[in-house]
Design a protein around this ligand. Structure first.
Ligand SMILES: NC(=O)c1ccc[n+]([C@@H]2O[C@H](COP(=O)([O-])OP(=O)(O)OC[C@H]3O[C@@H](n4cnc5c(N)ncnc54)[C@H](O)[C@@H]3O)[C@@H](O)[C@H]2O)c1
Length: 433
């Protein structure tokens, strides 16, 4: 709901093309897996059926439910949770219309409320999709891993350093338990990005000297308080405007491009300096624009820009410079210029939405017992974004070590209840902290 990604807003997929191709591909996989399981030799393989639950049934939760159904004919949606009954019903109704035989969520497996996810985790499920506002991610995913479920979790995975460290620990536990954890940074599952990074690893850019990453767009949707909504209901419906729920748009959206930066560098920066401000917003407590200079341990620098202001130049992309050339990437497009010229090409018929591919990869990992685990990587990318955000809020140079030691936790310190009041709107002023 929050992201107007150039190629696929809300994870909308090109349904007719990819589905048919994917079904053929996964049917063959399922058949192979069944054959293997008849010999009793493959961990979790032979699982023709993949039982899925969904926590957070809004825009992306509904998109991810559909993506998982499109990814594999064995997927059955068996449980759903949301704090609002109408959101759950809307996701359920729309999936049932499209996939009537593969969506079976009777009243006893519909869970409403803040602890709905706990009840959902008691159900017999293979994997659970988490698409609630980022504030809730760490608590919910931690519980899922403890309950032995495989995980698909949307990005970002938290709004503060405490959440990032919880996800790192949950990822470690998932690795011990051989559970799969895939995250909604779909560029990591997109063919043009995968091919580009492979070339970069093979030396196409030479030594990486630095780059620029952007998520500049117009004003995002927001909701003003309606009659009958208390503060919490309002904030939850307007979550993209509130720092404690979203992490600010710098973290919430730009984490995608920051994750690509970290992917190029195969690590994370050690220091950030930045500036930003708020001039246009009418609700919440976030900034409108950010500019951050990230420094890596090898001395390379990346500039990062994120803006949500109407009438300005927009860009959602990355540029990286090396001793042998430069790369350009955005959804569905990647190229390298210089000594090793290359442009990504693919026949239209071969397109598979990266939002669907994430679930294909996740399901293959469950079936084959591969333990694909993206938890630490997305926790590091989210923490990188938080480091940049804090550099802008405070005006100070913020280091990675400082973030790793930080006990900063946004939002209510106590368990969430419906009577929580909206925080006093205090927009950070750099140079005063
Ligand atoms: N990968 C992508 O390209 C992409 C695109 C859009 C959104 N997202 C991410 O997906 C997540 C959800 O975003 P969205 O756009 O779907 O928002 P949304 O507001 O449309 O949906 C959020 C849903 O979560 C529910 N919810 C809120 N708190 C909950 C709780 N504690 N327990 C259960 N349900 C709860 C809400 O009622 C709502 O239905 C965010 O982390 C966002 O950053 C990712």
């Amino acid at each position: 709901m929050s992201e107007q990604n150039p190629s696929s807003a809300n994870g909308t997929t090109n349904s007719a093309g990819p589905s048919r191709r994917i079904f053929l591909k996964t049917s063959a996989l399922a058949a192979a897996a069944m054959q293997l399981s008849s010999t009793g030799s493959l961990h979790a393989a032979g699982k023709d059926e993949i039982k899925v639950g969904v926590v957070g049934c809004g825009g992306r939760g509904s998109g991810a439910t559909r993506d998982s159904l499109e990814a594999d004919p064995g997927v059955k949606i068996l449980a759903m949770a949301d704090v609002f009954a109408d959101r759950l019903k809307s996701n359920l109704d729309s999936q049932k219309t499209r996939f009537p035989d593969r969506v079976d969520v009777p009243a006893e497996r519909q869970f409403i409320g803040f602890d709905g996810y706990k009840k959902l985790l008691e159900c017999d499920l293979d994997y659970v999709i988490f698409a609630t506002p980022p504030y809730f991610r760490a608590e919910q995913v931690e519980a899922a891993v403890q309950a032995g479920k495989h995980v698909f979790m949307e990005k970002p995975i938290g709004v503060d350093p405490v959440a990032c460290k919880r996800i790192m620990a949950a990822g470690d536990l998932a690795a011990e338990k051989k559970l799969t954890v895939v995250t909604g940074t779909q560029r990591r599952h997109e063919d043009c990005y995968i091919e580009m990074i492979k070339r970069v690893r093979d030396g196409a850019l030479g030594e990486i000297l630095g780059g620029q990453v952007y998520w500049n767009q117009g004003q995002l949707w927001y909701k003003t308080k309606q009659e009958g909504w208390n503060d919490l209901e309002w904030m939850l419906k307007d979550w993209v405007s509130w720092r404690w729920l979203s992490g600010d748009h710098y973290v919430e959206q730009h984490v995608h491009n920051i994750d690509v930066m970290n992917w190029f560098k195969d690590g994370h920066p050690v220091r950030a300096v930045g500036s930003g401000g708020r001039a246009h917003r009418v609700t919440g407590d976030q900034y409108d624009y950010f500019a951050v200079d990230y420094e890596f341990a090898d001395g390379s620098h990346f500039a990062s820009y994120a803006r949500q202001v109407n009438g300005c130049a927009n860009a959602v992309e990355e540029r990286v410079f090396g001793t042998k050339g430069q790369s350009y990437s955005t959804s569905n497009r990647a190229e390298i210029k210089g000594a090793n010229e290359w442009k990504f090409r693919r026949a239209k018929k071969d397109f598979v939405s990266p939002y669907v591919q994430e679930h294909i990869d996740l399901i293959a990992s469950i079936r084959e017992g591969k333990g694909l685990n993206e938890a630490r990587r997305i926790a590091e990318s989210t923490l990188t974004a938080i480091m940049g955000r804090e550099a802008c809020y405070t005006g100070r140079a913020i280091t990675w070590d400082e973030m790793m030691k930080s006990d900063m936790k946004l939002g209510p310190s106590e368990t969430i209840t419906w009577d929580i009041a909206a925080p006093e709107v205090k927009v950070p002023v750099a140079g005063t902290a």
